[in-house]
Write a protein that binds this ligand. Structure first.
Ligand code: 5GP
Length: 137
């Protein structure tokens, strides 16, 4: 699928829009979801421009999942998360709303998640949760 370099996550990656970051290296960025489905909802994105997992080169996918695991471990420790939902939507037909591949890490249970990308979270609370996750990385 053609990549739109004006999508929100591309703009966050370029520093044109703010984000509450928890981890960054040359290939990957992890930051807090602005409309969390549970406290601590974090997004992990490869910097490689790709709309869906199907478009992402395998080496970038392999590296990104390592960071997904790293952030999940930090989340478990920092937030005492008993469960972590890993979610990844491919295509608008699947419910994807931002056309840059991303992995959702959501502490809690699939059966108790808030609605997807609907309600803005409290930014101060999100910042505090991010600090906890960062400290556990
Ligand atoms: P998708 O529907 O594409 O799987 O998920 C996109 C996610 O990005 C949603 O959970 C939504 O809350 C989040 N999101 C949308 N716009 C922004 C933004 O500007 N900043 C951040 N941090 N998250 C966003």
């Amino acid at each position: 699928m053609a990549y739109d370099d004006q999508n929100i996550f591309a703009r966050i990656l370029r520093g044109e829009l703010p984000a509450i970051k928890v981890y960054e290296d040359e290939q990957v960025l992890a930051f807090m979801d602005i409309m969390p489905q549970a406290d601590g909802h974090t997004l992990v994105i490869p910097k490689t421009p790709a709309v869906t997992l199907l478009d992402l080169p395998a080496d970038a996918a392999a590296y990104t999942i390592q960071i997904v695991q790293k952030v999940a471990k930090a989340m478990e420790k920092a937030l005492d998360a008993k469960g972590i939902v890993l979610m990844q939507l491919n295509g608008a037909a699947a419910g994807q709303t931002v056309p840059h591949i991303h992995f959702h890490l959501v502490p809690g249970s699939l059966h108790e998640l808030g609605r997807h990308a609907v309600q803005m979270g409290d930014q101060e609370k999100i910042q505090a949760l991010a600090e906890k996750i960062k400290a556990a990385l």
